[in-house]
Ligand binder design. Structure first.
Ligand code: SF4
Ligand code: F3S
Length: 106
């Protein structure tokens, strides 16, 4: 399965949702997640993310491992998103900033 990781936080470009053939993205205020039971592992979303926040579960580094559980958890409670929308206003400023997990809005 594919996983949305930290660099999506406070950016939320949403380019990813437009290419997903099974519409398995779920949306919070400043982050998106992938439902692990719905993702068919096609890999189409990975190159679309301007923040390079989407990775295969197999490619996660140690610091990114908690995002497996976070995607699974939040995909159960957040609403589905299947159409691209404008990124967050200050997405460019936050793209690449480290240690953004503390800003995640549940
Ligand atoms: Fe959707 Fe494919 Fe990305 Fe999974 S890998 S979230 S199915 S686009
Ligand atoms: Fe987030 Fe990248 Fe999608 S920033 S909303 S994972 S395009």
């Amino acid at each position: 399965t594919y996983v949305v990781t930290e660099n999506c936080i406070r950016c939320k470009y949403t380019d990813c949702v437009d290419v997903c053939p099974v519409d398995c993205f779920y949306e919070g205020a400043n982050f998106l997640v992938i439902h692990p039971d719905e993702c068919i592992d096609c890999g189409l979303c990975e190159p679309e993310c301007p923040a390079e926040a989407i990775l295969s579960e197999d490619d996660l580094n140690d610091a990114q491992q908690p995002y497996v559980e976070l995607n699974a958890e939040l995909a159960e409670v957040w609403p589905n998103i299947n159409e691209r929308k404008a990124p967050l206003d200050d997405a460019e400023e936050w793209n690449g900033v480290e240690d953004k997990l503390k800003y995640l809005q549940r």
